[in-house]
Design a protein around this ligand. Structure first.
Ligand SMILES: Cc1cc2nc3c(=O)[nH]c(=O)nc-3n(C[C@H](O)[C@H](O)[C@H](O)COP(=O)(O)OP(=O)(O)OC[C@H]3O[C@@H](n4cnc5c(N)ncnc54)[C@H](O)[C@@H]3O)c2cc1C
Length: 453
């Protein structure tokens, strides 16, 4: 018999990364006449928008993670492989996974991004960022260790440093962290310590621009700032961090330079693409932007390779209004679904119009009953925004089990003002270094306004 379509092996789609982009692409290919291999260096999908709740003891890591195998177990055309892809061979159409080469007809790369220190990688040791479960556990360890250490500390200067929390970056993650730490200090932990008054804690949110939450409309940014201040957070805009070292953050505000002593410095600024961007650039000559993101064509493929697609945070898609799409979950999800449809239609000999992102708005939570929601024409704030935020996050959580557990956990925490996942794990922190009275402390208990010492 002559070779016919029936004799040909099914089209092989390899997806690298099981985050929002990769997972939604795999789900959308469930009924397509293709074989899908999804490779991730983790065996679970992580719902990053709720990571800050792990970092602040509200949820446990498993509440926001879903095993990729179980999520995709009903997709009979899909296999999941655990491993870190370190190279690709675009000519031979293979993905290199350790000493294995996985062949593909179509490749989707969705390996995401992580925080960037704007070239100052040495700051990471003192100011961890938030991207993985390990990062969240590390932040949680630092936050709760700070209160414990302050309780034991007799030197007031050092105690102030333990009770000063600095969050760098006033985007949604910074705002959410600042609001959650304020609730911890001023509400949840208030009765739990004997020597310290946790409400003496200073929570500083530093932002380089003239307002927090830059993606939101200015009036919502203002509402968010006001709500944070009411919660007790010291919001400092137009503030540039110029150094972070040995528990000291150096900031520049206008012409003034100050140092803030803090044992808990958290990084919520800057993004850089995953190293797979560089791998793709070296093997295909595709162009990268300054953040290392891959410049993609209007159908999310890369120049010269119509069978390689890059989606999600790793992609720079600038075909809509000349600016790259934001690094948010809905972009990754819609891109994943688009590429899946494109592959299916291509196999049928059809073509698709260019990818078009439909933005449904931005949301950020500030605290209990407090959030801001920007849906373009409709803007919500306060309780209704908070309720909307809760419903959206529950809706987008991947598995039913996660949805149920998170609803129960949130209901319990709301009713009791408690945060049950306050575990300190890992190694002990070193004792403070170099702290003395020459640094700036934020020490006005009633107003929580900065004072210079
Ligand atoms: C703290 C935080 C809060 C956020 N809050 C929000 C929010 O409120 N709303 C919102 O819309 N977005 C939010 N985002 C952004 C959102 O999570 C991302 O835009 C989205 O996850 C991007 O999806 P992705 O598929 O591109 O990458 P990711 O979801 O990051 O997935 C990348 C996957 O690739 C895997 N991987 C990486 N390298 C390799 C490799 N070499 N080999 C194999 N696997 C690899 C990783 O393990 C991971 O599973 C937040 C992000 C963070 C970090």
């Amino acid at each position: 018999m002559e070779n016919s379509c029936l004799d040909q092996p099914p089209h092989q789609v390899v997806i690298v990364g099981g985050g929002f982009g990769g997972l939604y692409a795999a789900k959308a290919l469930a009924k397509a006449p293709v074989n899908v291999t999804l490779i991730d260096k983790r065996n679970f999908h992580l719902f990053q928008p709720l990571l800050y709740q792990v970092a602040t003891g509200n949820l446990s890591p498993a509440d926001i993670s879903s095993p990729l195998r179980s999520v995709l177990s009903k997709n009979k055309n899909t296999q999941v492989l655990l491993g870190s892809v370190n190279n690709i061979d675009p000519q031979g159409q293979k993905v290199i996974l350790g000493d294995e080469a996985i062949p593909y007809d179509t490749l989707i790369v969705a390996t995401g991004a992580k925080h960037s220190y704007f070239g100052k990688d040495e700051w990471e040791e003192f100011a961890p960022g938030l991207k993985t479960v390990e990062d969240a556990i590390e932040m949680r360890r630092r936050i709760f260790t700070a209160f414990e250490a302050a309780e034991k500390e007799t030197d007031p200067v050092k105690r102030r440093a333990w009770l000063t929390f600095v969050i760098v970056g006033g985007g949604p993650t910074g705002v959410e962290l600042a609001g959650a730490i304020a609730e911890l200090a001023y509400q949840t932990l208030k009765e739990d310590f004997r020597k310290i008054d946790t409400s003496e804690a200073r929570i500083l949110l530093l932002e380089g621009m003239d307002r927090i939450l830059p993606p939101f409309s200015p009036d919502l940014s203002q509402t968010a700032e006001k709500s944070l201040k009411e919660l007790g957070v010291i919001v400092q805009t137009k503030t540039l961090v110029t150094n972070i070292e040995n528990d000291i953050v150096t900031i520049k505000q206008g012409d003034g330079v100050r140092e803030i002593a803090s044992k808990t410095i958290l990084w919520a600024a800057g993004v850089k693409a995953s190293p797979m961007g560089k791998v793709l650039a070296e093997s295909t000559n595709v162009e990268l932007d300054r953040a290392g993101r891959v410049i993609v064509e209007s159908d999310l493929s890369i120049k010269g390779y119509s069978n390689i697609f890059v989606i999600g945070d790793l992609a720079n898609f600038s075909h809509q209004d000349g600016k790259p799409l934001p690094g948010v979950a809905p972009v990754a999800k819609q891109e994943g679904e688009y590429v899946a449809t494109l592959i299916e239609q291509k196999l049928k000999g059809n073509i698709l119009p260019a990818f078009n992102y439909i933005s449904r708005g931005s949301l950020a939570i500030i605290g209990r009953n407090l959030a801001v929601v920007d849906l373009g024409l409709i803007k919500l704030r306060g309780f209704f925004a908070w309720l909307f935020w809760l419903l959206v996050h529950i809706y987008f959580l991947i598995e039913f089990k996660n949805k149920l557990i998170v609803i129960i956990q949130w209901a319990w925490n709301y009713a009791t003002h408690n945060r049950g996942a306050r575990l300190i794990t890992g190694e002990e922190l070193p004792t403070p270094t170099k702290l003395d009275d020459s640094h700036t402390y934020y020490d006005s208990p009633n107003s929580r306004q900065p004072v210079k010492v």
